[in-house]
Ligand binder design. Structure first.
Ligand code: ZN
Ligand code: ZN
Length: 391
């Protein structure tokens, strides 16, 4: 398991500038990035102005494809190389938290996994990346001023040599790194990489929350353990419902943050008990028209209700049937004080039922907060090409 919040070094590489002064004293330049480092390297870019600072993201394009137009004629295209895992660190300008993704998108905003801010990627530049951009622009401007008419001047920013000298102090402030977070996930909607603090968050490329995928992953792990007899079915029921509770609670806390509501409604929502199925289904339907029961058959709903009641017995009564359990569940197979016996089949039934309920919660949440389409469309087109190739 990787270490939380470990610093991830820069991938290295060299930026070389060739500055040309023509006979009339007009200056032009070209830039080249080269890398011989053994680490994965990805390039992104931004436009920066020597007095205004960072102005916009830069579309690097493919071979022979020109960059997008700069927002101002004097803006300089600045190459930013990734960290040594091929990813980029970002700081949210609103909540100030750090996260990592695979690029600085140009055709779509970057999204903060924590507060959900949608903004142009250059707004998420970290302090050390800003220092690098300042250094980059000042190097170039210094060369512009010193190049003689009719000559060429070459200068470079060598990140390889800094990366090789990290033990020696001081590291220049323009040497930027990123910080490993706690949960790496590939978004199921757009397939893009994310690295976030905590467990749940928005995908930084499309804005789809990862709760549903994370819960289903957890269900798969528990089901596998139960099948291998590594976990008792009664413990699995407790674990699954507890994880369902955390997953749903997280969606609801986003709703409380993002939907304008009176304090009384806020209070009701923050106190929802996700181990009482009738209660949470009713509260979510009344407040948001989320119909979590909708995909369940009558029988599935009764099975779920009984297993939620059994969880209560496992959690609070050492597994011995209580009068309340028998009354509310209509379970005639046990007497008060007898131990409930749980089956593996019940674990699988509960997993299937909760999986359907999470689908509804996730889809209804997306209806209120629709994702950005750009990377989802790219994934769709890629998937279609793959399936055509297979035919
Ligand atoms: Zn934020
Ligand atoms: Zn996504």
């Amino acid at each position: 398991m990787r270490q939380d919040f470990k610093e991830i070094g820069h991938t290295g590489g060299k930026i070389s500038f060739s500055i040309f002064g023509d006979d009339d004293g007009k200056v032009s330049f070209s830039t080249e990035y080269s890398s011989s480092s053994p680490f994965p390297a990805t390039l992104s870019g931004i436009y920066a102005h020597h007095t205004i600072g960072i102005c916009s993201t830069l579309k690097l394009g493919g071979m022979g494809e020109p960059f997008n137009e700069p927002p101002l004629p004097e803006c300089i295209p600045v190459f930013l190389a990734s960290d040594s895992e091929g990813k980029f660190g970002h700081d949210c300008p609103v909540c100030n938290k750090h996260f990592r993704s695979e690029s600085l998108p140009v055709n779509s905003p970057l999204i903060c996994p924590y507060c959900g801010l949608h903004a142009a990627a250059h707004k998420f530049i970290t302090k050390s990346q800003t220092k690098y951009v300042e250094h980059y622009v000042s190097q170039l401007y210094m060369a512009f001023e010193t190049v003689r008419p009719g000559s060429e001047q070459v200068c470079e920013i060598d990140m390889d040599s800094i990366a090789g000298d990290l033990e020696k102090e001081p590291v220049p402030d323009y040497y930027y790194t990123s910080t490993a977070q706690q949960t790496e996930f590939k978004c199921q909607a757009c397939s893009r990489y994310n690295d976030i603090r905590g467990r749940f968050g928005y995908c930084s490329s499309c804005g789809t929350r990862n709760n549903k995928a994370s819960f289903k992953e957890y269900l798969d792990t528990v089901r596998e353990q139960v099948n291998k007899k590594g976990v008792r079915p009664e413990d699995a029921i407790k674990q699954i419902i507890s994880d369902f509770d955390s997953t749903c609670r997280n969606y609801v806390s986003e709703l409380v943050k993002k939907v304008r509501m009176k304090r009384s409604r806020k209070n009701e929502l923050t106190k929802i008990k996700f181990h009482e199925i009738d209660h949470f289904c009713e509260v979510l339907e009344r407040n948001f028209d989320f119909k979590l029961k909708k995909p369940l058959s009558q029988n599935e709903y009764l099975v779920a209700k009984k297993l939620f009641l059994r969880r209560h017995v496992y959690e609070h009564n050492g597994g011995e049937a209580t009068e309340q359990y028998i009354r509310e569940s209509d379970d005639t197979s046990v007497q008060i004080g007898e131990l409930l016996r749980e089956s593996i089949e019940n674990v699988h039934s509960l997993s299937n039922i909760l999986s359907k309920m999470i689908d509804v919660l996730h889809d209804d949440f997306l209806e209120l907060f629709p994702p950005e389409k750009f990377f989802i469309e790219i994934k769709k087109q890629r998937d279609q090409r793959w399936s055509k190739n297979k035919e």
